[in-house]
Design a protein around this ligand. Structure first.
Ligand code: ADP
Ligand code: MG
Ligand code: MG
Ligand code: MG
Length: 396
């Protein structure tokens, strides 16, 4: 079927023509309820409920959903399907199951997470079950193990490089929106409130900072360590009680492992800037993430499988792994700083700042995120322990 943009009624017809999916819903099409829940920047998402089961249907639009004048290739849906397939077995059950991908409609049909809620929303409402970051740490470690040169023969990595090399439109978004635009005057950056203008202008002319950002641009584009999720913020995670799932892998690309870690921790750290009373929770979540990530990765990478470190015995692998983890922590620190800055003054800002009840406290929170973000980028190369990172975030 040639591509067209689905609405609730045409999706009902499309599902009727796919017997195995209709079977999962049960009953007759007239028994199904379809509601649109799109809340991301890019795509349309429908949840379909039937008498027996439910489905989540995500379709790419030929443009950015929240900016229709900004064209965007439909193929991002293909990369999301490939990402789910490349990682599903390793990360199960921490991602929704993909039931079907339609490569003409650029449509993913997957497990409907219900009654799950987006983590960012739950954090803002203060409705999270603490410890959720343990699952995210395991998730990142397991996806690294499934896709890195240390654990897999190089042919596997070469195939992943080829499979994701074409995802350039979304990588362009990352390069522009995270790694470049916040540090220069740019029409895509929303105008900041007047009180924050001097802080923003200072970032535009901060030469030492621009040099450090340059190193992170280089890391992002040239360090092909493992398959990244590429957009691992608190809006790409859904949770209900202790069931925590990662969604929205359309930005997938081979890249530095610390990029996924840094985006996640950056969103937690800026939540603590917006809600200073929750610093204890956030410190505990960042610690839980890093401990579970490193513990899981140490276990998974203890034994070989890849061509990297193939000559090393167990003792030497341990030593190499500890250095590898310090490198990841330093990348994490830098990308965390970038994420805090771009979510505060860049194109795609976050709702966490709505927790600030006065304009003054909001400006104060945003200034704090900018200050911490800048410090993280400048100090990344000196970080050797989680305590160093927490201290830079003023959380230790
Ligand atoms: P986008 O790429 O546009 O950001 P997302 O994949 O983040 O799209 O999905 C947008 C929203 O749809 C999510 O924030 C969530 O509310 C809902 N959603 C996405 N996937 C699922 C799912 N598998 N089950 C239930 N709801 C989902
Ligand atoms: Mg999203
Ligand atoms: Mg819900
Ligand atoms: Mg997305």
């Amino acid at each position: 079927m040639p591509y067209f943009t689905l609405d609730a009624s045409s999706l009902q017809h499309w599902l009727t023509d796919h017997a195995d999916l209709a079977f999962r819903l049960g009953g007759d099409p007239s028994d199904w309820t379809i509601r649109e829940v799109s809340d991301g920047n890019l795509n349309t998402v429908f949840l379909v409920d039937g008498p027996v089961g439910s489905l989540c249907c995500k379709q790419a639009l030929p443009h950015v959903r929240v900016a229709p004048e900004w064209p965007m290739p439909l193929e991002r849906a293909l990369y999301e399907a490939r990402y789910i397939r490349a990682t599903a077995e390793a990360v199960r059950p921490a991602a929704p199951e993909l039931y079907f991908y339609d490569d003409e409609m650029f449509l993913l049909v997957m497990e409907c997470l219900t009654p799950h809620e987006v983590l960012r929303t739950a954090l803002i409402r203060d409705e999270v079950q603490p410890g959720f970051s343990t699952t995210i740490g395991q998730y990142v470690a397991r996806s690294v193990h499934a896709t890195s040169w240390i654990s897999q023969p190089f042919e596997h990595g070469s195939k992943l490089l080829a499979d994701f090399a074409g995802n350039t439109a979304l990588t362009r978004i990352t390069v522009d929106l995270i790694l470049t635009d916040p540090f220069r005057p740019c029409s895509r950056n929303p105008a900041p409130e007047a009180a924050l203008l001097p802080d923003v202008e200072a970032l535009h002319t901060d030469k030492p900072l621009h040099r450090a950002v340059g190193s992170l641009q280089d890391r992002f584009l040239t360090a092909r360590q493992a398959l990244l999720h590429g957009d691992l913020h608190t809006g790409s995670i859904m949770q209900h009680k202790d069931d925590v799932r990662v969604i929205d892998g359309e930005f997938a690309t081979m890249g530095p492992i610390g990029f996924d870690c840094g985006l996640y921790l950056g969103n937690l750290a800026l939540h603590a800037c917006a809600a200073p009373n929750k610093r204890g929770l956030i410190e505990a979540e960042i610690t839980a993430f890093w401990n579970s990530f490193t513990t899981e990765l140490r276990t998974l990478l203890k034994t070989g499988g890849g061509d990297v470190w193939a000559l090393s015995d167990e003792a030497q692998r341990e030593e190499l792994l500890e250095n590898f983890l310090i490198g990841i922590l330093q990348d994490t620190t830098g990308f965390c700083g970038l994420e805090m800055i771009r979510r505060t003054i860049g194109f795609a800002q976050v709702a966490d700042y709505t927790l600030c009840t006065t304009p003054e406290s909001r400006t104060e929170a945003r200034r704090k995120a900018l200050t911490i973000g800048r410090r993280l980028i400048l100090e990344a190369a000196n970080v050797a322990t989680l305590e160093n990172l927490l201290a830079l975030m003023l959380l230790a």
